[in-house]
Write a protein that binds this ligand. Structure first.
Ligand code: MET
Ligand SMILES: [Zn+2]
Ligand SMILES: [Zn+2]
Length: 433
């Protein structure tokens, strides 16, 4: 009959090929800064939500920067909900340095899917949805409501995305009890989970000095003033890096400082004027501060050694995320028995035959911090093992099999979280009452 023919030829949405092709379609949308195609990404996510019969809404806290919020309604609305967060934007690419075009989502003979965003973080965004697709197909019904958020602008600081969301009335009304957000790729077989992260202090230091003839030796040039600072920064960087190299500290436990730009000189049509010492010079640093660091002493170091007024230097922060919350406490999620979600995650990963390292601090920074400062537990977790860390690098890829394995891990986690019937805030169980 005609209907059975349709059935036989229609692609099963749970098949490997349709699962992978949905991932490819998401990866093919160029959401790189500075001109992310956010509306194309929203349309795609909304079409997925529709196929899953999830409720959806678009929150546009800032024009042109849509945040998509999906809901899978739980049977007990008195319990707090679960939020699965990921960002839709990706960092820029150097197109010609890739072996496969970064927005083609080409799959090579080994099953590696090449694309910007394949690790950071379009993978988890769609894996959440694929896990829900499978749970729905299996007949699973959540007790807690499950929300899935796709936020813009994470890669440029999240102020117009996750921050506005976390501070909104809409968010408060979701009654979120636990947030899952991105973690990091793992080169070995163990997944990593993160309870905290370093805070970005994006620092620009500026030097001014006396301009003059390029042949003349004199003190107080802008270049000399800046170089002295750069030497200071380098010494500090080496002292931190040495602690890591000696095995005394994890990379996430020291302050990292990397120079990311240098700007000076007088431009000319053929490059730069060579016989003129400029009156201004500046340098930018990506500084990351661990939650256990003493922010005041670092601030003093910057003001007194890296950019002292006595050397005609000034500094400004392009971004400075507070290390401590409003109560003066480090912004971290508990990993002990006071946080049942951690144990549930560990068990769920194990159940799905995944291996998990002990909880860590992320060397980078994610939107999870905006939820943590609201007092919520947030766990950074991206189920990608056996994969080189190519986040923000050329040739970012994720293997098909790893992607599929991650979906099963999330199925297990979402199932455990959504059926957890204890009121985690009062410590009493609905079943016990
Ligand atoms: C400083 S906002 C975070 C952007 C990006 N996730 C990073 O760690 O660099
Ligand atoms: Zn990311
Ligand atoms: Zn990133």
């Amino acid at each position: 009959t005609p209907s059975s023919i349709t059935q036989a030829t229609a692609e099963d949405p749970l098949s490997t090929s349709s699962t992978i092709s949905r991932f490819q379609r998401y990866l093919q949308i160029n959401t790189a800064h500075p001109t992310p195609l956010y509306h194309q990404a929203s349309d795609f996510i909304l079409s997925q939500a529709k196929s899953l019969s999830l409720e959806s809404q678009i929150l546009e806290f800032v024009n042109g920067k849509p945040l998509i919020l999906l809901k899978w309604l739980g049977s007990d609305p008195s319990l707090s909900s679960i939020l699965l967060n990921s960002h839709t934007d990706v960092v820029p690419v150097e197109q010609d340095k890739w072996v496969h075009p970064p927005f083609d989502a080409h799959i090579d003979s080994q099953g590696n899917i090449y694309a910007r965003g394949s690790q950071d973080t379009k993978s988890i965004g769609l894996q959440y949805l694929e896990a829900i697709r499978r749970l729905k197909a299996s007949g699973f019904r959540p007790t807690r409501s499950v929300y899935v958020s796709f936020v813009p602008d994470e890669e440029i600081g999240g102020r117009d995305g996750a921050q506005k969301f976390a501070e909104s009335d809409v968010f408060r009304d979701l009654n979120v009890g636990i947030v899952l957000d991105e973690g990091l790729t793992s080169p070995d077989e163990n997944y990593k989970a993160f309870y905290a992260e370093r805070c970005p202090w994006w620092l620009v230091i500026k030097a001014t000095g006396a301009p003059g003839h390029g042949a003349k030796l004199y003190d107080n040039t802008a270049m000399e003033n800046l170089l002295k600072s750069i030497e200071c920064v380098r010494r500090f960087r080496a002292s931190q890096f040495d602690l890591v190299k000696a095995g005394l500290k994890a990379e996430s436990e020291v302050v990292s400082v990397n120079m990311v730009f240098l700007k000076a000189g007088t431009p000319s049509p053929t490059g730069f004027v060579m016989n003129l010492q400029p009156s201004e010079a500046e340098a930018g640093f990506d500084v990351r501060v661990p939650p256990n660091a003493d922010p005041e002493s670092l601030e003093r170091r910057i003001a007194q050694e890296w950019a002292p007024a006595s050397r005609n230097m000034t500094f400004e922060f392009k971004q400075k995320v507070p290390v401590l919350d409003k109560f003066g406490r480090p912004v971290i999620t508990a990993t002990d028995s006071s946080n049942p979600w951690w144990k549930l995650l560990e068990e769920a990963v194990r159940k799905a035959k995944g291996k998990l390292d002990k909880p860590q601090i992320n060397i980078g920074t994610t939107d999870a911090r905006y939820f943590r400062v609201q007092g919520l537990p947030a766990i950074g977790f991206s189920p990608m093992a056996n994969t080189p860390i190519l986040i923000h690098d050329h040739n970012e890829f994720l293997n098909k099999a790893e992607y599929l394995k991650g979906i099963h891990i999330y199925e297990s986690i979402i199932k455990a979280y959504a059926s957890y019937a204890k009121d985690e805030r009062s410590g009493s169980s609905k079943d016990e009452l």
